[in-house]
Design a protein around this ligand. Structure first.
Ligand code: M6R
Length: 364
């Protein structure tokens, strides 16, 4: 049932091109995004004053990426909160707020309770869920399913990727409805979205290099992931993947925050994974790489194919294919999943069932 792989996690990582394709394709018809099973009207979407994203764990990390994307495309303010915090903090919600709930299982207790609280306060609710007929799906006004198929490994991979794919669908859909996209831009983004599965497959076909890098670093004690903007938001997930299955301490930081405290932890040999996929921020990231190198860090850079000048600073580099910047988190996460997987495997960890963790957290 592991399809010839040693672990479900490996199988699920490799299934991502198909999972993303299955999630996107039924919703693109003749070059148009069609979300026809949702009851949200254009009028309602135009009236939203805010989008509130609620989730836990990796689904929350999708929300962090989604904030950048939805704000840029829909021009609606987005707030992201971990479900267990939202419930206890007197959130400001009314019927002009869209509450977007993200969950693979659809059964996470805190997420479900947050959804119910939001409904009580009058919000319109839309959920992105993988398990058909789950509690969160049932309790939401609308559901968009991720067609990732069953996810068995505790560490999520294909659910994260398909959730992100739904975010792109929504962002382009909302932007179009709100008149924020020219015809050409709309067509461009839709076609980029359709290319996503093949680009993910391209990365997966080069996994040996990532395996080699894992062999260089599987003994490290601490890893810091740094990035800016979308790279920062995505690195939260890269860091979680590594810590949950390899038990290596890791954290993700907005690169600009380093100087405000964290850089004091960098010493000789500390591994810093520097994400620099966003063109406008590339030079700023290079300055951060120089800063950590000056304190002895070993830097693993991650950028797109054209940015070879990263090699002037980084000790090792991971390249991902070029595509429109907002979709790069979907590509950049893949080598980080593989890196975590290989590191955990070299350490002999119980990859599919890491200690202390459950696939679905149904207690608060
Ligand atoms: O089923 P959900 O998406 O609601 O689960 C949320 C988190 O429990 C989940 O993403 C968790 O963080 C995973 N272990 C991450 O790999």
């Amino acid at each position: 049932e592991k399809g010839g792989y040693q672990h479900f996690m490996a199988k699920e990582i490799m299934e991502q091109p198909k999972a993303v394709r299955d999630t996107i394709s039924p919703r693109i018809q003749d070059g148009k995004i069609v979300l026809d099973n949702i009851t949200l009207t254009a009028e309602q979407i135009k009236g939203f004053s805010k989008i509130f994203i609620l989730a836990c764990g990796s689904a929350y990390h999708v929300g962090m990426v989604a904030k950048y994307i939805l704000e840029k495309f829909a021009r609606i303010p987005v707030e992201v909160d971990v479900a267990s915090e939202f419930r206890y903090r007197h959130p400001i919600i009314d019927d002009k707020v869209l509450v977007l709930v993200i969950s693979q299982s659809g059964e996470t207790a805190d997420t479900l309770a947050a959804l119910r609280e939001a409904k009580k306060l009058g919000a319109r609710t839309l959920s992105i869920v993988n398990v058909v007929g789950s509690s969160i799906a049932n309790d939401s006004d609308d559901v968009i399913y991720t067609w990732a198929g069953p996810e068995i490994a505790v560490a999520t991979t294909k659910a994260y990727s398909t959730q992100l794919a739904v975010i792109y669908l929504l962002a382009i859909y909302f932007a179009d409805l709100l008149g924020n996209l020219s015809k050409e831009d709309y067509a461009y983004y839709v076609s980029q979205l359709q290319e996503l599965p093949d680009k993910i497959a391209e990365i997966l076909s080069n996994k040996e290099h990532i395996q080699f890098l894992a062999s260089q670093f599987f003994n490290v004690k601490d890893v810091f992931f740094i990035g800016r903007n979308l790279d920062y938001a995505m690195s939260l997930e890269g860091s979680l993947k590594l810590k949950e299955i390899s038990y290596i301490h890791s954290d993700a930081y907005a690169a600009g925050e380093l100087k405000h405290g964290t850089i004091s932890l960098v010493e000789d040999g500390t591994l810093v994974v520097a994400l620099a996929t966003q063109n406008k921020l590339f030079d700023k990231m290079m300055s951060n790489v120089k800063e950590v190198k000056a304190r002895g860090a070993v830097v693993l850079g991650l950028t797109t194919e054209k940015n070879t000048k990263i090699e002037q600073e980084a000790d090792h580099t991971l390249y991902i294919p070029e595509m429109c910047e907002m979709m790069l988190p979907s590509l950049a996460v893949v080598p980080l999943q593989l890196f975590a997987y290989y590191v955990a495997s070299m350490k002999g960890c119980d990859i599919d069932k890491p200690r202390n963790l459950a696939k679905s957290v149904t207690v608060e």
